[in-house]
Design a protein around this ligand. Structure first.
Ligand code: ZN
Length: 317
């Protein structure tokens, strides 16, 4: 029997986290400093568990190894994607991630190319997206002299914005922003600047300046242009499609049929209520749910009013 795989997230407390994951999505969070909901993850630092059906109780990493047919018999050794929701109650550190080549050599895992869908943002909320240094030499000089105001590129954001953050991009999510992140399954971060903050034990968080300078892209970061199509009952926005992932927004207003366009698809419900119909079975959907439509689900229907972010592995499409 083909069925969707609903997943139980894992939460991570952070110095910059807040309580919006409980307020907005009704999640049981560990504290008022909860920064990250790892919603669809097979990464060892926080693995999702299947909530329903035949595979109930299985971890996503085990399922990927034991039942590769559900994922289109992939040639990738690990589940390649990770979906998170981040509650930035304060600035995240200014950081950069390595690409696959550098990360495999130095960290033994994938690199991290990511992208962000802004779910909500306070007025005047900002991110850091790129930098102004013209050369690697200038970059290391400006970092050494802590010339952050001249170095960092600040961009204002609002709900509905999308940002592509390829590995090598200097970035930071700003205070008052709630984001859904689709990324490669990696947890390697090189921290450049942490606003000289101390944790509750009075310690500064570690910086990784030599690695950051090694992997940083010099030059402008190009964001993507969303492509919108309308079926009459749904609006489909394709934010990005590349070697790493394809990311869509699906806004459903009435009953709409979908076909699987990749070996499997990851879905997060960000707003509204409705139903998912797979092989004659109906599953009720609400804000805050996350699921995978595996390979044996070739088509499905949504009904109701739903706003979702969906993604699939890029090189499989
Ligand atoms: Zn990042």
């Amino acid at each position: 029997m083909s069925e969707p795989l609903f997943l139980k997230p894992v939460f991570h407390e952070k110095i910059w986290g807040g309580s919006k994951l409980a307020k907005e999505f009704g999640y049981q969070i560990p504290s008022e400093h909860t920064g990250e909901c790892w919603a669809i993850s097979a990464h060892p630092n926080g693995v999702s568990t299947v909530l329903n059906g035949k595979y109930q109780g299985m971890k996503l990493d085990e399922l990927y190894q034991a039942h590769p047919a559900l994922f289109g018999n992939p040639d990738k050794a690990v589940f390649p994607l990770l979906t998170k929701i981040l509650d930035a109650n304060d600035w995240l550190s200014v950081q950069v991630h390595p690409d696959d080549t550098y990360a495999l050599e130095h960290e033994g895992e994938l690199g991290k190319t990511e992208c962000w869908y802004v779910i909500a943002a306070e007025p005047d909320a900002q991110i850091i997206y790129g930098h102004h240094a013209k050369s690697r030499k200038e970059l290391s000089e400006m970092i050494a002299s802590k010339d952050w105001n001249h170095l960092l590129t600040r961009v204002k954001v609002k709900a509905g914005d999308f940002f592509y953050v390829p590995s090598g991009t200097m970035h930071a999510i700003g205070k008052g922003i709630l984001i859904l992140e689709t990324q490669q399954s990696s947890d390697t971060t090189y921290r450049v600047y942490d606003f000289d903050r101390k944790d509750n034990q009075g310690n500064l968080r570690e910086l990784h300046l030599p690695q950051s300078i090694d992997v940083m892209t010099i030059g402008e970061i190009k964001n993507t242009t969303p492509l919108i199509s309308n079926t009459g009952t749904a609006e489909i926005t394709t934010f990005i499609t590349n070697d790493f992932f394809t990311v869509y927004q699906w806004r459903v207003h009435a009953k709409t049929s979908f076909k699987q366009s990749a070996p499997y698809t990851l879905v997060s419900v960000l707003d509204g209520e409705g139903e998912l119909i797979v092989s004659g079975d109906t599953y009720s959907l609400k804000k805050g749910q996350h699921f995978i439509l595996p390979s044996d689900v070739s088509q499905w229907e949504f009904s109701g009013h739903l706003s979702m972010i969906a993604s699939h592995d890029g090189s499989n499409s």
